[in-house]
Design a protein around this ligand. Structure first.
Ligand SMILES: [Zn+2]
Length: 310
């Protein structure tokens, strides 16, 4: 594991807001992106709880939750953070306080687009600190079974590359794949507006579980036997691109930049967390005093990492 040449850390110049309702719970929510000092990292704050809870967006704070990424500290939790995290990581915004008055961010159109637009409108500024980067020097593989896994290899030229192969077998969603060297420009043009999706056959069961009761085909692409319900694709392989978006958001839980080639096959949040948990352990073991693996220092509350989970 090497440290790549550093870039400057970045935040936003002023506060930006996005409002709507949550994808899972359907609760009205106002999300505010606020500037933060160098080495703070990304920290969520639940402003609706009596004693405001802050939760660092780091892998140690991830707790099990199906179909999304959820972080928790003793004071509270936030779920479905991945599309917000992807927007921040995709734009290389390293330090940001994300204030939110509900258990999850607004769904918007099911992609990161609204968050990207808000963040760009707040102007991104460089800070007087360098950003740490973990560069892979050996192959790393995490698998669920013979057909589901993520492999990571050393980069070609200090780049961060993610590929995804999506294959749901005999399903309305066709087999598809894509791969990108991730830069802010590529993220904005090719990935940020790719939306989350669901099979029509799953919708009733999810709603029985209380998930997505306010969701419509306008904030989650619904694939039925006759094709997409009440919507149309932005890219032929939009689903594979959205899975890359999810990887960008989940991999940002490492707390620093990455250089390496990642190829994910049919995987989801649980394996995303598993590979980042392994990389963060390795990085912290090599650099126990590495100041740029942020632990938040703008808040006095004790942060107790929760149990490792998928
Ligand atoms: Zn997603």
């Amino acid at each position: 594991m090497l440290d790549s040449p550093p870039r400057r850390q970045r935040t936003i110049a002023r506060t930006a807001k996005v409002s709507g309702y949550g994808l899972f719970g359907g609760i009205d929510v106002l999300l505010e992106f606020c500037p933060a000092d160098p080495d703070v990292g990304i920290v969520f704050e639940r402003t609706d709880l009596t004693s405001a809870a802050t939760i660092p967006a780091l892998i140690e704070f991830v707790v099990p939750q199906s179909r999304c990424t959820m972080i928790q500290s003793p004071g509270g939790s936030v779920q479905v953070i991945e599309h917000v995290m992807a927007a921040l990581a995709g734009l290389q915004i390293d330090n940001c306080l994300v204030r939110i008055d509900a258990p999850e961010p607004p769904a918007c159109d099911g992609s990161s687009q609204a968050f990207v637009e808000a963040l760009l409108s707040a102007d991104i500024v460089e800070q007087d600190a360098s950003r740490a980067c973990v560069e892979l020097t050996e192959t790393l593989v995490v698998v669920e079974d013979d057909f589901v896994g993520i492999g990571a290899q050393p980069p070609r030229k200090h780049e961060y590359e993610i590929g995804f192969l999506l294959d749901y077998g005999n399903s309305p969603i066709s087999q598809q794949s894509d791969s990108f060297v991730i830069t802010p420009e590529v993220f904005i043009q090719e990935i940020a507006n790719c939306r989350t999706f669901v099979l029509e056959s799953e919708v009733r069961e999810l709603q029985k579980q209380g998930i997505g009761k306010r969701s419509t085909p306008q904030n989650v692409l619904v694939f039925g036997d006759e094709g997409i319900v009440d919507n149309s694709l932005r890219f032929e392989n939009e689903c594979a691109r959205h899975k890359i978006l999810d990887c960008i958001g989940d991999f940002a839980l490492l707390g620093c930049d990455l250089a390496g080639r990642f190829v994910a096959t049919r995987s989801g949040h649980r394996l995303n967390h598993a590979i980042i948990r392994t990389l963060r352990k390795q990085a912290l073991a090599l650099n126990p005093h590495q100041s740029s693996f942020p632990l938040p220092k703008n808040r006095p509350a004790p942060f107790t990492p929760m149990n490792a989970a998928g």
